[in-house]
Every structure is written in C-alpha cells, then in structure tokens.
Design a protein around this ligand. Sequence first.
Ligand code: ATP
Ligand code: MG
Length: 208
Amino acid sequence: MPSRRPHTPKPVPSPAAPLRQTTAGSPPIGKPWHIVLRSPKHTHRLGRCLGTLLQGGEVLALFGELGAGKTSLVKGIADGLLAEPTDVSSPTFTLIHEYRGRLPLVHSDLYRLTAAQLKDTGLNDYLDGHTVTAIEWADRWGDGLPSDRLDVHLSHRPPAARRAILTARGPAARRLLDALRSRLSANRPTRAAQQTRVQLNRPRRASH
Ligand SMILES: Nc1ncnc2c1ncn2[C@@H]1O[C@H](COP(=O)(O)OP(=O)(O)OP(=O)(O)O)[C@@H](O)[C@H]1O
Ligand SMILES: [Mg+2]
C-alpha cells in the first residue's frame, strides 16, 4: 500500500509571537482594489498576471487566514515569472525559498517562526531592487515590512470562493497595481459582450 504523506497542521501561534491584526507602515496610495476569486484557477490567474507585470524589486506582502490562498497566489506569480511552478510549495520548514525565473523570486512563510527568528528573518538581504519577494503571514514581520510594497489580503468568501483586497503602499506598488487593474480589465468581457453571449446562447423559439 502506498504510504500517505503525513499531514502537518500549522501550530497555533506561540504567545511570544502574537498575530498582528493590523498592517504596519506607510499609508495606502490610492484606493484598495477588491476582487472576488471564484476558484483556485482564478487565484492562480491573478498571481500569473502579477508575475508577468513584475519589473524587479517588488515586495508582495500576503495576509490572510489559514487556507486563504496565499501559496496558490505565489504559484501563479512564479508561473508569470516563468519559474517552474512546481518549485513553489508551502515553505513549511524552510524559511526562505529562492526560485529562478525571468526575475529571481523569494518566497517566505513567517507563520511558524519564533519570536527570535522573526527579529532577524534575513529577508532584508533580498531587498536588492531586483529580487521579487513574496511573504506569507507578512503581518508577523511587523514594523520591518518595507514601506513600498503591495499588500494582498486574502479571505474566505462563502461558500467556497476567496476575496482579495490589494493595497499599494508606495509608488512602485501603485504602478504595479494600476498595471494589473488595466491588464485584467482589458481581459474582462464588457457587459454588452456578455449580454450578446447570453442572447446568442438562448434557444430560438420555433417560428410558426
Ligand atoms: N479562489 C479560490 N476559491 C476556492 N479555493 C481556493 C481559491 N484559491 C485557492 N484555493 C484553495 O485553497 C486551499 C488553500 O490554499 P493555499 O495553500 O494557497 O492557502 P494559504 O493561504 O497559503 O494557506 P496557509 O496559511 O496554510 O499557508 C487550496 O486547496 C487552494 O486550491
Ligand atoms: Mg501557504
């Protein structure tokens, strides 16, 4: 019988490293963007689109409860950067994963870190203006979070979808968010086109 991979649930955060409910740092530039992601495919597509638009040096701070879709989004980002998507798995026991694509991508999950590890994540070494940094549970980094970053808050949206709220904190993040919005809006069918499609799909009445 094939052996099953042991399930390793994330532990409850230790009191030494409490979860922060708020995000530290710079105020948002412009309005946050709200999107509903109806399936894992949509989360992946959002990440992939982000990945294609990255120019290097961006910091993507990912927030949201367990299972909200943070790793799924990073897989899409890796895809958009032409890094092997299979290379990106939830970094459970390793602090930092590096991936080589069109740009270097660093993926980190701060959930399991102890208070001591959180004091010196080593992530600052990657803020070189070229490497893209994606951080799950970014709220745990607290005040150390770079001031120019794109915050992505993911949450469960019953019954089975997800909601994403993207907030630019800094000019580079704003440019990225604007580019993302226009790219995704350009791909979205207009209302008129949707209505036409509905009419085209409607069965014709038999003529007498
Ligand atoms: N838009 C979506 N609608 C429904 N399910 C989704 C959506 N996006 C991702 N999922 C699913 O949610 C599950 C959890 O995703 P993922 O591992 O990316 O979450 P996470 O936020 O990284 O969790 P963790 O906090 O444990 O690291 C996966 O099964 C994934 O396919
Ligand atoms: Mg994850």
